[in-house]
Design a protein around this ligand. Structure first.
Ligand code: SF4
Length: 452
């Protein structure tokens, strides 16, 4: 969500005549768009601001803005600790980025504009703001902001507010415009996409997320649809059916588990049991062949016992995820879990549990990836490999990272290619370029998981 917001801020500033540069040294304006989901974002922010202070002393005309949800949460502290900041603004008023920077040029001190309570209606959501997209072939589409859930570890409902869905027609129109501009892959963004539309229907919940998937699937030129994230308690059969039936919807599901212990899930206020989670996962895997499933897991939630953690290992083993984002619990101010400090799990215990968990996740990830060796995968090229300029990288429909040897001139970013997979590791696949895939849309190819 923050990456999508950053593209909007960049779009607004570009519309004012600014040009993007690669390094802060040559910039006239630096905007740090922050996120407060994790604790170490605070430390990173003040590290960056420290570096920028030297730059500002050399060039007093440099403007520095801090945006995003950390700015919203820590507005006074930012000004106190970094008096060289010119503008501070939050997630609800990013549309004012350019104006605020302009106003700051004549202001006496730092300009702070935060809107804490904001519930835009669907019609006035900031969807029509320009975006300076990082990729020409792949784009985020925000379909919903905020969250109506109350997970005890999560700061999102505090900083992003209640759920508001964009109107389906607006979302589809954005997808059509993106397709006309050459975008072939879209990722739909929301805090809980399964409840998309709940606030739009008059007395009846419509449209639902499944309707939106089907509508975007019908947009000519959009060949891949991804989304993040669904809440396990709300993963409905109609969403699974739409995923199975829409050619463009990728065989990829990110379904955050967080913990395998029912006791911990209750303390987290997640609204499902581990057994129910596994049932929804089974339903999705049964309906969607070759589905890759990833998850989020928190280690060391306050009061997590060895028995709770052992249950997490059992469920992770049973779920056999393709990958998992594993996080050490980090208390976020204002959340119920931040008041559970009496139950803090010692750091050395958390580190040891994390090691066991990541080892297990890596074993399953490698096993999944090894089944793909020998297969020909459709890869959407993202560009030069970050570690080897002679190689290109891209993603399969399942979201798996693939490296292959090819000159960038032969396969520019945004090209669909067929790659024969020859090697697998837990986090990537390596392969040989077979052919460039025809640019026209073609139906989803079903490849049995066990095929060699
Ligand atoms: Fe946070 Fe997600 Fe829970 Fe909403 S559903 S409160 S965004 S963790």
């Amino acid at each position: 969500m923050n990456e999508a917001d950053s593209e909007r801020i960049a779009g607004l500033l570009t519309a004012e005549g600014l040009e993007a540069v690669d390094d802060p040294e040559s910039a006239d304006v630096v905007v740090l768009n922050t996120c407060c989901i994790r604790e170490n974002a605070d430390n990173k922010l003040y590290g960056h601001l420290g570096n920028l202070k030297t730059l500002k002393e050399e060039r007093p005309g440099l403007q520095i803005a801090v945006a995003g949800c950390l700015a919203q949460k820590d507005r006074e502290e930012i000004i106190e600790r970094a008096g060289h900041v010119d503008v501070v603004f939050g997630t609800h008023n990013l549309h004012r980025a350019a104006e605020l920077l302009h106003e700051a040029t004549t202001a006496d001190g730092p300009l702070v504009e935060i809107v804490d309570e904001h519930r835009p209606d669907a019609a006035s959501m900031d969807a029509r703001l320009p975006s300076e997209r990082v990729s020409g072939h792949s784009a985020w589409i925000t379909i919903q902001i905020g969250c109506d859930n109350s997970c005890t570890f999560c700061i999102v409902p505090i900083v992003r507010g209640p759920e508001v869905s964009r109107r389906m027609g607006d979302v589809v129109r954005e997808a059509e415009e993106l397709a006309a501009a050459g975008v072939s892959e879209v990722t739909l963004l929301g805090q809980n996409v399964n409840s998309y539309g709940r606030d739009l229907g008059a007395g009846q919940w419509s449209p639902r997320f499944a309707d939106l998937l089907r509508a975007i699937d019908a947009v000519d030129g959009i060949r891949r649809i991804r989304y993040t994230s669904p809440h396990p308690k709300d993963l409905r059969d109609d969403t699974i059916a739409a995923m199975a039936e829409c050619d463009a919807v990728c065989e990829q599901l990110h379904l955050p588990l967080q913990s395998g212990s029912d006791r911990t899930l209750t303390r987290m206020h997640r609204g499902y049991t581990a057994a129910r989670y596994l049932r929804r996962l089974d339903a999705a895997r049964a309906a969607i062949p070759d589905l890759a499933v990833t998850t989020d897991l928190i280690v060391g939630f306050p009061g997590e016992t060895e028995a709770d953690f052992a249950r997490t290992l059992e469920i992770v083993d049973e779920a056999a995820f393709d990958a998992a984002y594993t996080f050490v619990f980090s208390p976020r101010p204002g959340t119920p879990a931040a008041d559970m400090s009496a139950d803090t799990v010692p750091a050395e215990v958390v580190a040891e549990r994390m090691q066991r968990l990541t080892d297990l996740v890596a074993r399953h990830a490698l096993a999944h990836n090894e089944t793909r060796v020998g297969r020909i995968e459709e890869v959407l090229v993202e560009g030069e490999s970050k570690t080897n300029a002679a190689r290109q990288s891209g993603r399969t429909r399942q979201g798996k990272l693939v490296h292959f040897d090819a000159a960038a001139a032969d396969v520019p970013a945004g090209t669909f290619v067929d790659v024969r997979i020859v090697r697998a590791a837990p986090h990537w696949l390596a392969g040989e370029l077979v052919a460039t895939v025809d640019g026209s849309r073609h139906p989803r190819r079903r490849i049995p998981v066990t095929a060699a």
